[in-house]
Every structure is written in structure tokens, then in C-alpha cells.
Design a binder for this molecule. Structure first.
Ligand SMILES: [Zn+2]
Length: 364
């Protein structure tokens, strides 16, 4: 059955399915909630419910309609997500909008790969390199097709993923769709940043708020994918309820690599040796080229190690203060501050809070 594999969110699922049973489902629904809480998954399951011919009481999850929605191939369901910028085709007159117009072969290939991953796992987060915003052509394309008759029975469904990534032009165009909603069409917007949506869009939607998942829920899901329980637990600890991130980290070797570097990072804090700090800085700089997210993960793991007594016993108050220093460091990494400056300050503050005296490096 549809909805069976959504983790948690029972209240929201019940609210939406009840509304559907009573024929009172809102035509525009904003699904908000933290990253990796299953917003797009919920929208896809709703699309199944609105199109499944097999079941009276809910979507079966296994008929041709349900399966094609899972694989993002159902003609009634349009799934929109941020893409890299490029020339807009609808700038030239009388040509239909093409969301993929002007994108390089490389980008088109990565879109294909990402959509395949999404089809395999609805918790997969689509990440296309250099995707900056939802393209105006994607919205124009939606509008051009919204008022056409659907090719198949069932309801038309629009899923706008990361809706906060519409720029003003796209948002205004989308607003027109909300103002003149096409009949038999349901629109689901998903966002982890509802406050970044323009108020005129937000006010036209019914908002459903998903909760972040617990560490236990994330670990349980990882175990169901075949991860050993201990490893599942340690991944769950660092993702803060983000199942999409947990799945990414649970790929072969990802968590091991981060954990190994986090160990070294903690060792550098413990020793306070200038040579350790310099070599750690070099490593962090190199890693930052692979993405800030990776560095943030490493800091998170290191913090867990320290709070767990990896350097010395930590009282609750000291723990809170150290956590605040790490949060600050993670925030600064995201803001492109010079990494050696961030890390050196972190070592200094952490050593002070942990009452590690002296600097072995200088004593030599
Ligand atoms: Zn079905």
C-alpha cells in the first residue's frame, strides 16, 4: 500500500488521506518540514492516491499507475526541481517552454542519474551540480500544460520540490497558476524553508508541517536497508533526523572516511601541537573542495566523540559550551571563512573549555 514506507508522519498522512476521503483535499498544499523528513515522498504517495484505479480506500502501491508514479514516469504527475541556469527558450516567441533547453550534455546526464536514484528511493535528495533555482521555463512549461486535458484517467498532480528556490520571476508566474487553478489538478509544494516563500504563494496553500525524524527512526530505516545496527546508529547520530543524508552517508566508505578524519581532528585538539594543527588545516582545506557539507559532517562527528569522552570527561555545561563552539565553526565553514582560521580558533576554544593546559608543541 502507498504510505506504508513513509517513516513517521502518521498524523499528516491521516490528515491528508482523511481530507481526500471526504473529498475535501485542498488544491494547493505546502508540505514544509526539516531536510530529509520525507516531504517529496509524501507528495508522491498523495499522487498515487489521486491516480490509483485499484483501491477504494487508498492507493495500492503496486498497479501500473502507482508504479509509474514511483518511477516518475506517470504523465499525470509533473515533478519540478531546481536546475542550473541557462538560456531561456521561451524568450523567443511562439515556442513552447522547455525546462531542459540550453543545458549541457553533462547536466542532462546528471539529471537522468538523479531521477533514477529518486525513483529507486523516494528519500533520495536530488542534487544537480550548479542547480541554483527553479527555472522560469519549468514554471512556464507547467502552465502551458496545466489546462490541457490529461492523457490518462485520474487527477493531474504538480510537485514543486524546494519551492523556496523559485526566483521572483518564477514565483510570480507560479502565482498565476495558483490564482487560476486548473480543474482536477492538485499542487504540492515542498520546502524546508517556508519563510523564504513569498507570502502571496504561502497564503494560497494549505500548509502541512512534517516533523524531523528521531535518531531511532533513521537507524531503523538504515537497518532495513541492510546496514549493521551499530553502524546505523552511528550514522543516525550525526544526521539530525535527515534520512536523505543518512542514506547518502551509508554508501560504502562515506562514513568511514569522515570518521577517520574526525578522529584525527579530535587528536589534534587533544595534542594542541602546532604541527598537528597545520597538517589538519591542510587536510580540511583539501576536503573543502569536495563540498562544505563534508566538512560539516566531520565537525559533527568530532563533536560527538568529544562529548562522548573522547578527550577527557566532559560535564554537561562544558559539553553545551563546546557544542556551541562547533556549531559556530560549522556555520563559518558554510560562509566560506578561511578554514585555518576557523579550525585554529576551534582548537584554542575547545582546549580551554576542556582545561587542557599548555601547548606540547611549544614545550619542545
Ligand atoms: Zn495503485
Amino acid at each position: 500500500m502507498a504510505f506504508d514506507n513513509i517513516i513517521g508522519q502518521e498524523k499528516c498522512v491521516k490528515f491528508l488521506t482523511d481530507a481526500w476521503k471526504k473529498d475535501r483535499l485542498a488544491h494547493a498544499i505546502l508540505i514544509s518540514g526539516p531536510s530529509g523528513s520525507g516531504k517529496e515522498f509524501l507528495a508522491l504517495e498523495m499522487a498515487k492516491l489521486l491516480n490509483c484505479p485499484e483501491e477504494e480506500s487508498g492507493a495500492c502501491g503496486s498497479c501500473s499507475s502507482c508504479r509509474r508514479i514511483s518511477s516518475l514516469e506517470h504523465p499525470n504527475v509533473q515533478f519540478v526541481y531546481p536546475l542550473p541556469g541557462g538560456k531561456s527558450r521561451s524568450d523567443s516567441k511562439n515556442k513552447p517552454a522547455d525546462p531542459l533547453y540550453g543545458l549541457s550534455e553533462e547536466v542532462l546526464e546528471s539529471i537522468q542519474i538523479e531521477l533514477t536514484k529518486k525513483a529507486e528511493n523516494p528519500y533520495h535528495r536530488i542534487e544537480i551540480p550548479k542547480a541554483k533555482f527553479i527555472r522560469i521555463d519549468s514554471i512556464r512549461h507547467l502552465r502551458e500544460n496545466a489546462y490541457l486535458k490529461s492523457a490518462e484517467p485520474g487527477k493531474k498532480v504538480i510537485i514543486l520540490s524546494m519551492a523556496e528556490m523559485m526566483n521572483d520571476e518564477a514565483a510570480n508566474s507560479f502565482l498565476k497558476l495558483l490564482e487560476e487553478p486548473p480543474s482536477d489538478t492538485f499542487i504540492f509544494l515542498t520546502t524546508s524553508k517556508p519563510n523564504s516563500l513569498i507570502p502571496t504563494i504561502r497564503s494560497r496553500c494549505q500548509e502541512i508541517k512534517l516533523k524531523g525524524l528521531t535518531d531511532e527512526q533513521v537507524a531503523e530505516k538504515l537497518v532495513s536497508f541492510g546496514k549493521p545496527a551499530e553502524e546505523a546508529k552511528s550514522i543516525a547520530k550525526i544526521v539530525e533526523g535527515d534520512i536523505s543524508k543518512a542514506l547518502k552517508l551509508s554508501k560504502e566508505g562515506e562514513i568511514e572516511e569522515r570518521s577517520a578524519i574526525a578522529d584525527e581532528l579530535v587528536a589534534a585538539i587533544r595534542s594542541g601541537l602546532a604541527s598537528d594543527i597545520v597538517s589538519m588545516n591542510r587536510k580540511l582545506m583539501e576536503l573543502s573542495l569536495e563540498g562544505k557539507e563534508k566538512l560539516a559532517d566531520i565537525f559533527q562527528i568530532a563533536l560527538r566523540l568529544i562529548l562522548g569522552g573522547g578527550v577527557t570527561d566532559v560535564s554537561r555545561i562544558t559539553g553545551t559550551r563546546i557544542a556551541a563552539q562547533f556549531d559556530k565553526a560549522i556555520d563559518l565553514v558554510g560562509r566560506n571563512i578561511y578554514i585555518p582560521m576557523i579550525f585554529s580558533a576551534l582548537v584554542f576554544e575547545s582546549r580551554m573549555l576542556l582545561k587542557l593546559n599548555g601547548n606540547e608543541g611549544e614545550r619542545r
